[in-house]
Design a protein around this ligand. Structure first.
Ligand code: G4P
Length: 191
């Protein structure tokens, strides 16, 4: 998506440890016009998939999921992050490891809000190693829900998560796919 790549080039800051900061439009201040265009693009890409629900993880995925959901006219369900291992029986859960933050958490979704009747589009702001998507797929499997596909705003292609999903036959659409980035020069190249 040209508009998004342009914003990343203009405002993205490459940090050490392969982290791309996009706080000015996605992760801190939110540009609602850009996010609206992103939501519309996800709808164009997945309009034939019979989506009944959009699923994401708190926190940054929520704004993107909500903007997309307006076009699909379906509810958003976001997985909550829980630090405790003690869980109620009325939730689906998956343990997720974040390589970026080097911590673990349990993602939970209430059984009330996801079922085998659902065809789910998973949406997130970033795809790096694919751990968050792996965890959400585990929850979808537990619920018996169908995965329509995965929509990502920014994929860091060099971390391999997206290609692993594609190799498994998952329909992954990333609106900006970063191939490489350099913390010293600030250079970012797209696939
Ligand atoms: P993975 O799910 O693809 O394996 O990614 P990873 O565990 O490494 O990412 C963990 C968190 O870091 C996620 O947010 C993800 O969105 C974010 N993240 C990963 N790479 C980048 C990056 O280059 N730039 C930015 N800005 N974020 C990145 P989270 O822990 O769920 O936090 P949040 O959604 O509450 O902000």
């Amino acid at each position: 998506m040209h508009l998004l790549e342009q914003r990343i080039r203009e405002e993205g800051v490459v940090k050490k440890g392969n982290v791309l900061k996009v706080d000015s439009f996605l992760n801190h201040r939110i540009d609602i016009r850009l996010l609206d265009a992103i939501g519309e693009e996800f709808h164009r890409l997945f309009s034939d998939a019979g989506v009944t629900k959009i699923v994401t993880i708190e926190a940054s995925g929520i704004s993107v999921a909500v903007m997309a959901a307006r076009y699909f006219d379906v509810p958003v369900v976001f997985a909550k992050k829980s630090k405790t291992a003690q869980l109620d029986s009325d939730v689906y859960s998956a343990r997720i490891h974040s390589f970026t933050h080097n911590n673990d958490y349990t993602a939970i979704i209430s059984r009330k809000y996801l079922s085998s009747e659902d065809t789910v589009l998973v949406i997130d702001d970033f795809l790096a190693n694919g751990e968050a998507v792996r965890g959400l797929r585990e929850i979808l499997r537990e619920a018996g829900a169908t995965l329509a596909g995965v929509g990502i705003v920014i994929e860091k292609g060099f971390q391999g998560g997206g290609d692993r999903l594609r190799a498994e036959g998952v329909h992954v659409e990333s609106l900006a796919l970063v191939d490489s980035m350099n913390a010293e020069t600030g250079e970012i190249s797209f696939r």
